[in-house]
Design a binder for this molecule. Structure first.
Ligand SMILES: C[S@@+](CC[C@H](N)C(=O)[O-])C[C@H]1O[C@@H](n2cnc3c(N)ncnc32)[C@H](O)[C@@H]1O
Length: 326
């Protein structure tokens, strides 16, 4: 179960969603090592689960780690205090890309939608061309279900209207369901429908690739999908290809991931049904308790006993039995 450096993927993931890129640790670190990265920036660091791994790796690799997040969780802020070598930038990717030095590797795991991804990729490419610096190794999260082909917006107001899909706030997502399924996996601002142009992280990556020569993409269908993109003429291209090729769109891994998300979404639906049923039972029990305490109800039972010769159609003892009070 343990990850590299003895980390536990479930420390901050009690529901075992496997949402953090930390779950792809072995492959991520192998890619960083292959590229001999000496600096890595993580866009979207949330609670710092992956950041912690990157810091441990950086000690060994003598590398620098930057985390970029406009809204870091307290655990990440705690990590920043604990590890003075961590540079935490409280900005969006677009803001941070204006001033950070281009890193050797860039993890893109912030706002999971077409517009943000394609803009991030274009802005980084423009900078690398303008500065004559090699394009960073790009590690992209959520290139498979649910965000591969469906946008989600951290803050819809930040997305130009022409790029924004219709949204169902707090909509539930379920594999194989193009629209929204009640009780499915909850996201804050998911697109109302999956698929179609300008929708989803993988769609953005593919459109970017179609407009740029000399790039390669591997899609590793594990834990919501890890994309690895690199220049074919990068000095490490051969070594990187050797590492990721066996995993790239691997059909067995695809089936495993499909199976995993189906069970995850299905348990979410069951959890919702159970929670709703529990709430209904709680309200019914409260009503029965009030009836038991009511003198009018006791009188009605007495009246029925007389009319129905000692066998009333309801009784307080039946209610007590239902409530487990005898
Ligand atoms: C899925 S979480 C990141 C998880 C983390 N990389 C990991 O693997 O453990 C997404 C994070 O992206 C941040 N975020 C949202 N929009 C962003 C943006 N435009 N730029 C940078 N970060 C963003 C959110 O605040 C959130 O903390």
């Amino acid at each position: 179960m343990d990850l590299p450096f003895g980390l536990n993927p479930y420390d901050n993931d009690p529901g075992a969603w496997g949402a953090s890129l930390l779950n792809n640790a072995e492959l991520l670190l192998a890619c960083l090592d292959a590229a001999q990265a000496r600096s890595v920036a993580e866009v979207g660091a949330y609670a710092g689960d992956l950041t912690r791994l990157l810091l441990l790796w950086a000690e060994r690799a003598d590398a620098r780690v930057i985390a970029i997040d406009p809204s870091p969780q307290p655990e990440l802020e705690h990590l920043e205090r604990e590890r003075s070598e961590l540079e935490l930038i409280r900005e969006t990717s677009f803001e941070a890309f204006e001033h950070i030095p281009l890193p050797d590797a860039l993890v893109l795991d912030g706002d999971h939608n077409y517009y943000t991804l394609i803009e991030e990729l274009q802005r980084i490419t423009r900078r690398s061309e303008a500065e004559g610096i090699e394009l960073p190794l790009l590690l992209l999260h959520d290139v498979c279900w649910p965000h591969g082909r469906r946008d989600d917006y951290f803050d819809p107001a930040q997305i130009p209207a022409e790029y924004r899909q219709p949204i169902v706030p707090e909509g539930g997502l379920y594999p194989g369901v193009e629209g929204i399924r009640e009780g499915g996996m909850p996201y804050h601002n998911p697109a109302a429908r999956e698929g179609g142009p300008r929708n989803g992280v993988l769609t953005a990556v593919e459109d970017f690739l179609a407009a740029h020569q000399g790039l390669r993409l591997a899609v590793i269908p594990a834990f919501f999908g890890l994309g690895v993109m690199w220049r074919e003429d990068a000095p490490y291209a051969g070594e990187l290809a050797r590492i990721v090729e066996p995993w790239d769109r691997n059909p067995l891994l695809e089936r495993l991931e499909r199976n995993r998300v189906l069970h995850l979404a299905s348990s979410q639906v069951q959890l919702n049904l159970a929670t709703n049923a529990q709430e209904k039972v709680r309200r019914q029990e409260a009503l029965l308790q009030r009836m038991l305490a009511s003198r009018a109800f006791a009188a009605a039972e007495l009246f029925l006993r007389v009319r129905q010769r000692g066998k009333p159609i309801f009784s307080r003892s039946q209610i007590r039995e239902l409530l487990g009070q005898r």
